[in-house]
Ligand binder design. Structure first.
Ligand code: NAP
Length: 286
């Protein structure tokens, strides 16, 4: 059993990890810290954390593992503060949605990437934020991607892998660059498209009518546009290169569809739709 885990940022992702670790009986004490005492008090009242600390150095003292679960845009500042108070014995990990930017922040803060830092990203979440939205089964059956660098200690990786496995997740490994490319395509681009579509429609004159008649498909497609705007702002900027590459590819493919509609090119439209249906049906049945 893990003796003490400190969670920096007890929101949806950090709070759900705390809840899951508690319900798995995997940790003796969970300490929470963030900027806002009231948020931490709520986390304590909800029994998500055992102890709250407003001082980062007090929070991480004697922790076996420190999990940084703050928005990607706040990672650099938090990690820079951590570098001044973290024991070498403590394993440091994060849950950020982009990995190259977090590794770079750690390298800047510590002078080099410490061997006991394990970059990680749980592929789980909802469009909600805050500790009130935290649940104990968020990670059951979900993947967690670990993106170690060459010098990352095997023992540290094993500890983080075990922590995630105890809350029901399946852990895989890949490089941070590959992670950022894959997630740009599968998560970051869809969020950008959902925000963009809803924004476009909300500017149209007949918008009340449009939203009034929006059916299930529209709700399914745009659910993620209810996600936290600041979080997705941070992710788009932190993963700019991979985002721009996939956006350019997508814009080109969208132009092909536009041309097919204008030219009444049935074959082109059917080819694209049939290929897409086959891919999605296969992936959803996996
Ligand atoms: P969230 O619910 O808004 O929680 C973020 C937490 O960070 C809050 O408890 C906030 O508490 C704290 N925080 C913000 N700035 C801080 C700072 N400068 N110093 C210390 N604490 C700070 O967000 P979330 O959805 O859990 O996301 C957290 C991380 O998980 C992000 O890096 C995100 O990319 C990643 N992630 C999210 C999802 C998802 O679907 N939501 C999925 C996978 C990974 P205070 O306001 O009290 O400071």
């Amino acid at each position: 059993m893990i003796n003490r885990i400190c969670i920096v940022g007890v929101g949806l992702i950090g709070g759900s990890l705390a809840r899951a670790l508690k319900s798995a009986g995997a940790c003796k004490e969970i300490v929470g810290t963030s900027r806002n005492r009231q948020h931490l008090q709520t986390a304590k009242d909800l029994n998500v954390i055992d102890r709250l600390e407003t001082s980062l150095s007090a929070a991480v003292k004697d922790a076996d593992i420190v999990v940084v679960a703050v928005p990607v845009g706040a990672m650099e500042a938090v990690i820079t503060s951590l570098a001044t108070c973290l024991s070498e014995k403590t394993v440091l990990t994060d849950v950020g949605s982009t990995k190259c930017s977090v590794i770079e922040a750690v390298e800047n803060a510590f002078g080099q990437v410490p061997t006991n830092f394990v970059p990680a990203h749980p592929i789980a979440g909802t469009e909600k934020t805050g500790v009130e939205a935290a649940v104990d089964d968020l990670y059951k059956g979900r993947r967690v991607i670990i993106t170690p660098v060459e010098s990352t200690s095997r023992d540290a990786i094993a500890q983080i892998q075990s922590m995630w496995e105890q809350v029901g997740a399946e852990v895989t490994q890949m490089t941070a660059t590959h992670h950022d490319e894959v997630l740009a395509a599968t998560s970051h681009l869809p969020h950008l498209l959902a925000y963009s579509l809803v924004d476009t429609l909300s500017h149209m004159d007949e918008k009340t009518e449009i939203f009034k008649y929006a059916a299930g498909g529209f709700r399914d497609f745009t659910r993620i546009a209810s996600s936290d705007p600041t979080m997705w702002h941070d992710i788009c900027l932190a993963n700019a290169d991979a985002m721009l590459a996939v956006l350019e590819k997508f814009s080109g493919d969208l132009k092909i569809l536009e041309r097919a509609i204008r030219d009444k090119d049935s074959q082109c439209l059917l080819d694209v739709f049939q290929r897409a249906k086959k891919s999605r049906d296969t992936f959803c049945n996996e």
